[in-house]
Design a protein around this ligand. Structure first.
Ligand SMILES: [Zn+2]
Length: 268
């Protein structure tokens, strides 16, 4: 837990969020960790089969309060399976979004941008915060960026979608891994030409495009799979954990989940 907290400090998490140890004994021995985006039933079953001692996820198992962990309930069933099989469960969510090298850092790097600032800086002035905005080395177009993302993100049923003008020129790029339609004010203030995020809903998206069309014709929108936008971070998290455990002389086996938790499986 010290290693996790050093990479993704829990005080960076948003007030509404739940991060850290949800299930498990802090004194239990951990020899193997399974990394996944979501603690779904299929992922927990995978952890059981692999004999993992700890399941590390991005999304929380218990975000909202529960009044029972009865094995017959959705969350209680998961808690029972984990405890019965001696598996702890830990997550780093908005603290991993905000941290340096976090979810949005990895996402914006897919566009070739290596230097960026937070869209919503953390009040501590450390350069951490939610989302990222940065400039491309050369002018590009919304369409070319979308095609690049389609190549570099894992393939998904919903793919990469453009809202607005696909031919619009882009130098300044804003991103937010995961659901980002609450950040439009920050995106407009950043002067970004395009906003890359996931789970954009109809009304926020159409209103953002109308606002863009009445003003400086930006930002255009690129909507990607929530799962894809964050799963690229998991690989980076695994590398960071490998290094951090080795630095402390700890021998912990890390495995990446083979379960795709993107809920969408076909399109017509
Ligand atoms: Zn997410």
């Amino acid at each position: 837990m010290d290693v996790f907290d050093s990479l993704w400090p829990p005080d960076l998490a948003e007030d509404w969020d739940t991060v850290g140890l949800a299930v498990g004994d802090p004194d239990a021995e951990v020899r193997s960790i399974l990394l996944a985006l979501d603690p779904t039933d299929a992922v927990i079953a995978e952890a059981v089969v692999l004999g993992a001692d700890l399941l590390f996820t991005h999304h929380p198992l218990l975000l909202r309060g529960v009044t029972s962990v009865s094995a017959g309930s959705l969350k209680g069933g998961a808690v029972h399976t984990l405890i019965t099989n001696g598996i702890a469960q830990f997550n780093a969510h908005t603290n991993a979004d905000s941290a340096l090298g976090g979810v949005s850092d990895v996402l914006i790097a897919l566009t070739g941008i290596t230097e960026s600032q937070p869209l919503v800086p953390h009040p501590d002035g450390s350069g951490r915060g939610i989302g990222r905005v940065g400039d491309l080395g050369d002018v590009s177009t919304v369409r070319d960026i979308a095609r690049t993302l389609a190549e570099r993100l894992p393939p998904t049923t919903t793919g990469v979608r453009i809202g607005g003008d696909p031919a619009a020129e882009v130098t300044r790029v804003a991103v937010c891994g995961g659901a980002g339609d609450s950040l439009f004010d920050a995106v407009r203030a950043s002067g970004a030409d395009v906003y890359i995020t996931a789970d954009l809903r109809h009304h926020p998206a159409t209103e953002a495009l109308d606002t863009a069309n009445r003003g400086q014709a930006r930002p255009q929108l690129i909507d990607v799979s929530h799962w894809a936008s964050e799963s690229v971070w998991l690989a980076a998290a695994r590398d960071a954990l490998d290094t951090a455990f080795a630095d402390r002389g700890l021998s912990v086996a890390l495995q990446s989940s083979a379960v795709n938790t993107d809920p969408w499986v076909e399109r017509y």
